[in-house]
Design a protein around this ligand. Structure first.
Ligand code: AMP
Ligand code: MG
Length: 326
């Protein structure tokens, strides 16, 4: 029998409420983005934004799908990783909705949700290149868990782009703004930091700011940042594909909205004879649909909800999740 889950996302800057059926039909994907007035994300202010917006997002999602709480069989929320105040706000909203309507409640891993939504696109056993604000990981399934094959050892790629854009006076979010101005006339010499299977972006962004300060145009610097950061990401994903022998790549995270990244991964996967799955932009960014979808996957394998599943965990790593539903 078809089931419907509601998913609540609140790990960082996005408050989201999504509805999806167990057949994968998306019924609603409501999102609200916290944009800091100045500087980076302030966790408490982002949480205040979420607590203000979430009630309206619940209402809008149910109205769009023409559903009542009685139609819903699972409330799923992002248990972590993320910013403490933001996670607690989302979890509180999820608990309130679940308990007042007597619906089972399950906290799920945000990064795993980015991977699982790629399976909805048709992938079966992919390598995920997950490029978001705070997270940068290359993930694939092996022996009962989603393993992290490579990851950033300093900042997330999106936070790096946002920080550079902020220092260049462009506002938030920086990634899409940089994409708009990036023009390929000249490739500047910037640090290309792949260490084994891991990545580092901090030095690249600092060097890029120095290039800007020394008189190079914003379009050239933005272009060079994209070329270098995305080439690094492609290199690590390609090596993960080679090591694992997997034949599918899925893109996830907000930075996966970038057309140049999509182009570079398309070239790499085509040359390797690997299929590349690129979810719709509304499913690449943080969203409630993927949280609901992962909850349904877990429950489909008769997952037994315990008290732990009602908590939040700021450091809930991808590889801490026992994958029982595959
Ligand atoms: P997420 O944390 O997955 O919601 O992703 C948010 C991050 O994605 C932010 O750091 C944005 O700057 C970045 N982002 C969104 N769109 C783009 C784009 N078109 N190009 C590069 N980065 C982007
Ligand atoms: Mg994310």
């Amino acid at each position: 029998m078809s089931k419907i889950a509601i998913g609540i996302e609140s790990t960082a800057h996005t408050a989201g409420v999504g509805l999806i059926t167990s057949e994968g039909e998306i019924l609603s994907n409501q999102r609200a983005l916290y944009v800091p007035e100045e500087g980076g994300i302030h966790p408490r202010e982002a949480a205040n934004h979420h607590s203000e917006k979430l009630p309206y997002l619940f209402k809008a999602a149910l109205e769009e799908a023409n559903l009542t709480p009685d139609d819903i069989s699972l409330v799923s929320y992002a248990r972590g990783p993320g910013l403490g105040p933001c996670l607690r706000t989302g979890a509180t909203a999820a608990r309130a909705f679940a308990y007042s309507n007597d619906i089972p409640l399950l906290g799920v891993n945000h990064c795993v949700a980015h991977l699982e939504i790629g399976l909805l696109e048709g992938a079966t056993d992919p390598v995920l290149l997950y490029l978001s604000g705070a997270n940068t990981q290359v993930i694939a399934y092996a022996a009962g868990r989603y393993r992290v094959f490579g990851e950033t050892i300093d900042i997330g790629i999106g936070n790096g782009l946002d920080k550079f854009a902020r220092e260049a006076g462009m506002g938030f979010p920086g990634g899409p703004k940089l994409e708009k101005v990036a023009k390929g006339d000249e490739l500047l010499d910037l640090p290309y930091s792949v260490k084994g299977m891991d990545l580092a972006f901090s030095g690249l962004m600092t060097a890029a700011k120095q290039k800007l300060d020394s008189g190079h145009s914003l379009s050239t610097v933005a272009y060079s940042i994209q070329e270098i950061a995305f080439a690094m990401s492609c290199e690590v994903s390609e090596r993960a594909l080679a090591h694992t022998g997997k034949k599918e790549l899925v893109l996830g995270g907000g930075v996966a909205c970038n057309s140049r990244l999509r182009e570079m991964t398309a070239i790499m996967t085509e040359e390797r004879g690997v299929k590349c799955f690129v979810p719709d932009r509304s499913l690449c960014v943080d969203n409630g649909v993927m949280i609901a979808w992962l909850g349904l996957q877990m429950m489909s394998a008769d997952y037994k909800i315990t008290e732990k599943d009602n908590e939040v965990d700021q450091r809930y790593r991808t590889d801490m999740v026992e994958v029982t539903w595959r």
